[in-house]
Design a binder for this molecule. Sequence first.
Ligand SMILES: C[S@@+](CC[C@H](N)C(=O)[O-])C[C@H]1O[C@@H](n2cnc3c(N)ncnc32)[C@H](O)[C@@H]1O
Length: 199
Amino acid sequence: MGLSKRRSRHDRFYRRARQQGYRARAVFKLEEIDQKFSLIDKGARVLDLGCAPGSWLQYCSRRAGRKGVLVGVDRHELAEPIARARLVIGDIYDLSADDLLGDVDAFDVVLSDMAPDTTGIRHVDQARSEALFERALDIAEATLAPGGNFVGKLFQGPEFSALIQRCRRQFDAVKIIKPEGSRTRSIEQYVVARGYQPK
Ligand SMILES: C[S@@+](CC[C@H](N)C(=O)[O-])C[C@H]1O[C@@H](n2cnc3c(N)ncnc32)[C@H](O)[C@@H]1O
């Protein structure tokens, strides 16, 4: 695909996000994943790791509805609050499962769109992304209800297969997807793990 065609495709996602009142074009990656795998039901309890600026939380708020429970975590403050979401500001390496659960027993869905600050040095960025994914998976395993779902962003690197194997041991079904809304040049992929079976 030529550069100009790619740009116009990206502009389309950007414009759509604006039109629909979303804070980021990233929302369409989650929308595509959710439409494919039906992850977020009405009333769902959702934890969103790396939630700023908040478009995934906005989408979850619409999908889970008034009875849903939303918790969003990020190192950075959000410019504005999200209706019905509890926001936790901090680094996920410093937060415990209890900090995230608050007064919820467990989550039905744990999402992670966390990305490292990229250096442009491929193996460094991959290693940092893999570490963030692994931390997100630790948190998912500590907070998900049996049968719950996990979605995590991952740059493919040397630990990729081992991380996928770990997901396969703990979940009924694991798929890897690069959504349309993901920029072609980006090495990001999303791991969608459904049906948590704590061992
Ligand atoms: C691509 S953005 C997420 C976009 C979000 N899904 C949305 O739709 O608005 C990734 C976020 O991960 C956060 N992040 C990266 N590392 C983190 C860490 N160690 N702890 C908490 N948040 C982190 C960044 O601050 C950034 O806001």
